[in-house]
Write a protein that binds this ligand. Structure first.
Ligand SMILES: NC(=O)c1ccc[n+]([C@@H]2O[C@H](COP(=O)([O-])OP(=O)(O)OC[C@H]3O[C@@H](n4cnc5c(N)ncnc54)[C@H](OP(=O)(O)O)[C@@H]3O)[C@@H](O)[C@H]2O)c1
Length: 264
C-alpha cells in the first residue's frame, strides 16, 4: 500500500509593527474584520500589557511580540519566532515610527538618533528578518508620510527618514515583483495619534495643517485597498497628491524655502 505524505497546512500570519496605538491599531482592527479566520495576527510594540489588552478584544488568534525595534536583537527574535511556528507571513506592515518636531540644532541628539534607528534601520531589518517567511501572493506595507515628498524645515530628520522609506519601498517593489511579493508604500497626512504630544496636537489644530488631518481608520482602509489593487505608492489625502505633484514640477529649492517660511 502506498502511503501519501500528508502536507501539513502552513501557519499563516500577518505581522503589524507599532500595533498598539494609532495607525497600527487601526490596521489591526480592520484586518481582524477582513482576514480569513485562519490567519493569526502578530502584534508588535514595546508595551506588552497594552498589546495583550488590545489582543484580548480581537476575534483572530493573536501573538504578542513585546520588542523594542531599535534593539538589534529584536529582529532575530522575530525570525526565531516565525521559524519555531513554521509560519508563512502573508502580510507585513512596517508601521512603527516616531517623530521629532523642531529646529534640528535645538533637538536632543540622542532622540534624533532614536528616530533614525526606528524609522529607518528597524524597518530595513524587520523586512530582512521576515522576507524568508514570505511566499508568492504575500505583501509588505511601509508607512511613510506626505513628508516623504519634500525636505521639511522644522521636521528635517523625520521627513528624511520617510523619503528613505519611500525610495526603499519602491525599489523593493521592483525587486520582489519576480517573487510575486507585492510592496505598497503609504503616505498619509497628520493624524491625531500618540505620535504627537498634547502641545503638538494643540499647535497642529491651530495651524493650516488642521485642514489636512486624517483619520487613522480611513488611512488604514485606503492603504489596504491599495494593497489589494497592487498599487506601489498610495497618497491617502487629496492635499498630499497636490504636494506630490508640486514636488515634481516646482524646484525643490523654492519649495523648501517656502516650507521654511511657513513651518519654522
Ligand atoms: N500621526 C501622524 O501624524 C503620522 C503622519 C504620517 C505618517 N505617520 C506614520 O505612521 C506610523 C504610525 O504612527 P502613529 O501616528 O500611529 O503613532 P503612535 O500612535 O505613536 O504609534 C506608534 C506605535 O509604534 C510603537 N513603537 C514606538 N516605538 C517603538 C519601538 N522602539 N519599538 C517597537 N514599537 C515601537 C508604539 O508602541 P510602544 O510605545 O508600546 O512601543 C505604537 O504602537 C509611523 O511610522 C509614523 O511616522 C504618522
Amino acid at each position: 500500500m502506498k502511503v501519501e505524505a500528508v502536507q501539513k497546512p502552513k501557519y499563516a500570519a500577518a505581522l503589524i509593527t507599532g500595533a498598539s496605538s494609532g495607525l497600527g491599531a487601526a490596521f489591526v482592527r480592520l484586518l481582524d474584520e477582513t482576514l480569513p479566520d485562519d490567519v493569526a495576527l502578530w502584534l508588535l510594540a514595546r508595551n506588552e500589557e497594552k498589546l495583550k489588552t488590545f489582543a484580548a478584544g480581537l476575534k483572530h488568534q493573536t501573538r504578542v511580540l513585546a520588542l523594542d525595534l531599535r534593539d538589534e536583537a529584536s529582529c532575530k527574535r522575530i525570525g526565531d519566532a516565525l521559524r519555531e511556528q513554521g509560519a508563512s507571513v502573508q502580510l507585513l506592515i512596517n508601521n512603527a515610527g516616531e517623530g521629532r518636531e523642531g529646529r534640528f540644532e535645538e533637538l536632543d541628539a540622542s532622540s534624533c538618533r532614536s528616530l533614525c534607528d526606528l524609522n529607518v534601520r528597524s524597518q530595513v531589518a524587520v523586512t530582512s528578518a521576515v522576507l524568508p517567511f514570505m511566499e508568492a501572493g504575500s505583501a509588505i506595507v511601509f508607512v511613510a508620510s506626505v513628508a516623504a515628498f519634500l525636505p521639511q524645515p522644522g521636521f528635517a530628520a523625520y521627513a528624511a527618514t520617510k523619503a528613505f522609506i519611500l525610495s526603499f519601498g519602491r525599489a523593493l517593489a521592483e525587486e520582489l515583483r519576480r517573487r510575486e511579493i507585492h510592496v505598497t508604500v503609504t503616505c498619509p497626512n497628520p493624524m491625531l495619534t500618540d505620535f504627537f504630544t498634547h502641545e503638538e496636537k494643540e499647535k497642529l489644530l491651530a495651524s493650516y495643517k488642521r485642514w489636512g488631518i486624517e483619520n487613522p481608520d480611513t488611512v488604514a482602509a485606503k492603504t489596504l485597498g491599495a494593497v489589494r489593487r497592487r498599487k506601489v505608492v498610495v497618497v491617502t489625502p487629496l492635499s498630499g497628491r497636490l504636494v506630490r505633484v508640486l514636488s515634481k514640477v516646482v524646484p525643490v529649492k523654492w519649495m523648501t524655502r517656502l516650507l521654511g517660511m511657513v513651518l519654522v
